[in-house]
Design a protein around this ligand. Structure first.
Ligand code: GLU
Length: 475
C-alpha cells in the first residue's frame, strides 16, 4: 500500500481559525491512524495578505494543540518558479494558452454576459489567434495571462466523504493559471506542491469542493497521479450560520487565552464531523486515533456548540494534573497583575492546588478559577451591598464579633474542627449557624457565593482568614 501523506495548507492571512484547526486535526488523525505522515505547507503566495507573524501564530497554535508536522514546513512562496515552469510545460503541451485580454476587456465581457443574463464564460478569443499573432504579441511585450484549456467531457473523482462526485467540464471556464503580473494562481500552486510533496490524500474543508474538478483536470493534463480527496463538513454556529467572530471567538489563540485546555479543544474539534463509537463525547487522543475513519465522518454540517465545549473543558479540568492547572492559573494571575495577594504562600503551588481542588467541580475554564475565585488571591476591598443589608443586622453584630475573637484560639485549623466550633458557638449564643456563615462568607470573599465555608477557611489559612475578618469589622 502507498504511504499515507497528508498536509494542512493554511494561508497565513489570519490567525489559526478553529475551522482550520479542525481540518488540521482530521489530517493529523488520519495520518496517525494509518502510520503515515502529517505535513504542513504555509500558502504564503499572496504578498499583500500573508504576514510572517501570522505564520508564526499558526505554528504556535498548532504546536499548542499537539499538531507539529512530521517533516520540514513547506513555504509555498519559495516554489513559485517551479509553479511557473509547470505552467510553461502546460503551454508547450498545448494544454494551456496565452490570453491577451486586458482587465478592461474582460470586465466588458462580464458586463455583456450579465446584460444577456448569461453566466460569464471566457470566449476563448485568444485561443483562436493564429500562431503568428501570438508570436507578434509576445514580441511586442503585450501583457498576457495563461489560461488552462479545459477539455470536453466529465470530470469525476471519488470523494471519501461525499462519494462519487462529477462535474460537467462545460461548466468550467478556461481558468487562469498564471496572472498577467506573472504570479501563478492557487489552483496550479496547490496541484504542483501536492504532487511534489507526494501527498496521497487531500483532506480539507467543503469550501474547496468546487476547486477540486479544476485540480483534477490539471493532474490529468500533467499525467500525474490524482490524490484521494476528502472534503470535511462545514462548521456552523448554534444559529446555523457561518462562524463569525462577532458572535464567538474564532481563533485557537483566543480559546487558549480564555482558559480552555489544548486537549479539551482538540477533543471538541474532533467531534465537529467525526462520530466516535458509542457516541462518546470525552475521548482521548489515543482512542480517537484508533477509531478514526472517514466512514465515521459526517457529510452534513457540524454545529459549534459553546456549551458543549465548556462542558468538555470542565471534564478535562477535573481529571488534569492539579500541578499543571496550578501553573496555568498562576500564569493567568501574573498576566492580570494579581500576584500581589495577601496570602504570602501564594507563590506556593500547593496553595493554588488547594484552591483548584475546592473549585474544580464548579468551573469550566482555567480563567474561571481566577474570575470566580479571585478572593482566594486578593482580599476583598468591598462587600456585596445586598448581602450586607440582608445579613449584617443588629442582632448578629455582637455575636459575630465575639465569634471572631475566639478564632485565634483554634489551633487545629481544619474544616472539621472549624465547623464543630462554629456550630457549638451558634448554639451557645442562640443564633443559627447560617447567620454566622453568611457574614463569614462576606468577610472572607466580599460576595455571597463560594464553595463550602469551612473548606474555604481551611484553604485560606488561619492568618489570612483572621486578617480578613478583622478588616471587615474595621470597615
Ligand atoms: N490555502 C488554502 C486555504 O487556506 C487551502 C488549500 C487546500 O487545502 O487545498 O483555504
Amino acid at each position: 500500500m502507498k504511504e499515507v501523506r497528508v498536509r494542512f495548507a493554511p494561508s497565513p492571512t489570519g490567525f489559526l481559525h478553529v475551522g482550520g484547526a479542525r481540518t488540521a486535526i482530521f489530517n493529523w488523525l488520519f495520518a496517525r491512524n494509518k502510520g503515515g505522515k502529517f505535513l504542513l505547507r504555509i500558502e504564503d503566495t499572496d504578498p499583500e495578505r500573508s504576514k510572517s507573524e501570522l505564520s508564526e501564530q499558526i505554528l504556535r497554535s498548532m504546536h499548542w494543540l499537539g499538531l507539529d508536522p512530521d517533516e520540514e514546513i513547506v513555504y509555498q512562496a519559495l516554489n513559485i518558479n517551479r509553479h511557473i515552469s509547470v505552467v510553461d510545460e502546460l503551454v508547450k503541451l498545448g494544454k494551456a494558452y496565452y490570453a491577451f485580454e486586458s482587465q478592461e476587456e474582460l470586465d466588458q465581457m462580464r458586463k455583456d454576459s450579465l446584460a444577456n443574463k448569461q453566466q460569464f464564460k471566457y470566449n476563448r478569443a485568444s485561443l483562436n489567434l493564429s500562431i503568428e499573432t501570438v508570436r507578434k504579441y509576445l514580441d511586442e511585450g503585450k501583457p498576457y495571462a495563461v489560461r488552462f484549456k479545459v477539455p470536453d467531457g466529465i470530470t469525476e473523482f471519488n470523494d471519501i466523504v461525499h462519494g462519487k462526485t462529477a462535474f460537467n467540464n462545460l461548466e468550467i471556464d478556461d481558468f487562469v493559471i498564471l496572472r498577467s503580473d506573472g504570479s501563478p494562481v492557487y489552483q496550479i500552486a496547490v496541484v504542483v506542491d501536492d504532487h511534489d510533496m507526494k501527498i496521497s490524500h487531500v483532506i480539507r474543508g467543503d469550501d474547496h469542493l468546487s476547486n477540486t474538478p479544476k485540480q483534477v483536470l490539471l493532474y490529468n493534463a500533467l499525467g500525474w497521479e490524482v490524490p484521494e480527496f476528502a472534503h470535511l463538513p462545514m462548521i456552523l454556529d448554534e444559529q446555523k450560520k457561518k462562524l463569525s467572530k462577532r458572535r464567538n471567538p474564532v481563533s485557537v489563540e483566543e480559546y487558549k487565552e480564555k482558559g480552555y485546555l489544548a486537549d479539551a479543544l482538540f477533543n471538541f474539534l474532533t467531534l465537529l464531523g467525526f462520530a466516535p463509537e458509542g457516541n462518546k463525547e470525552v475521548i482521548s487522543k489515543e482512542e480517537t486515533i484508533n477509531e478514526f475513519s472517514f466512514e465515521r465522518v459526517n457529510k452534513s454540517s457540524a454545529v459549534f456548540d459553546m456549551k458543549k465545549l465548556g462542558w468538555i473543558n470542565s471534564e478535562y479540568l477535573k481529571v488534569s494534573d492539579p500541578l499543571v492547572i496550578a501553573e496555568l492559573v498562576l500564569n493567568k494571575l501574573r498576566e492580570m497583575n494579581l500576584t500581589d495577594f495577601d496570602n504570602s504562600s501564594i507563590e506556593n503551588l500547593t496553595y493554588v492546588e488547594n484552591v483548584i481542588s475546592l473549585m474544580k467541580e464548579r468551573v469550566s475554564t482555567v480563567n474561571d478559577f481566577v474570575e470566580f475565585g479571585k478572593y482566594f488571591f486578593v482580599a476583598p476591598a468591598t462587600y456585596d451591598e445586598k448581602g450586607l443589608h440582608k445579613y449584617w443586622n443588629i442582632e448578629i453584630q455582637p455575636v459575630f464579633k465575639k465569634y471572631a475573637s475566639e478564632l485565634g484560639l483554634i489551633n487545629d485549623w481544619t474544616s472539621a474542627e472549624l465547623e464543630e466550633h462554629l456550630r457549638d458557638f451558634a448554639e451557645k449564643h442562640n443564633v443559627k449557624a447560617g447567620q454566622l456563615i453568611h457574614i463569614l462568607r462576606l468577610s472572607l470573599t466580599g460576595i455571597t457565593i463560594s464553595p463550602g465555608i469551612f473548606e474555604l477557611l481551611q484553604v485560606l489559612g488561619k492568618r489570612s482568614s483572621i486578617n480578613r475578618i478583622h478588616e471587615f469589622l474595621k470597615k
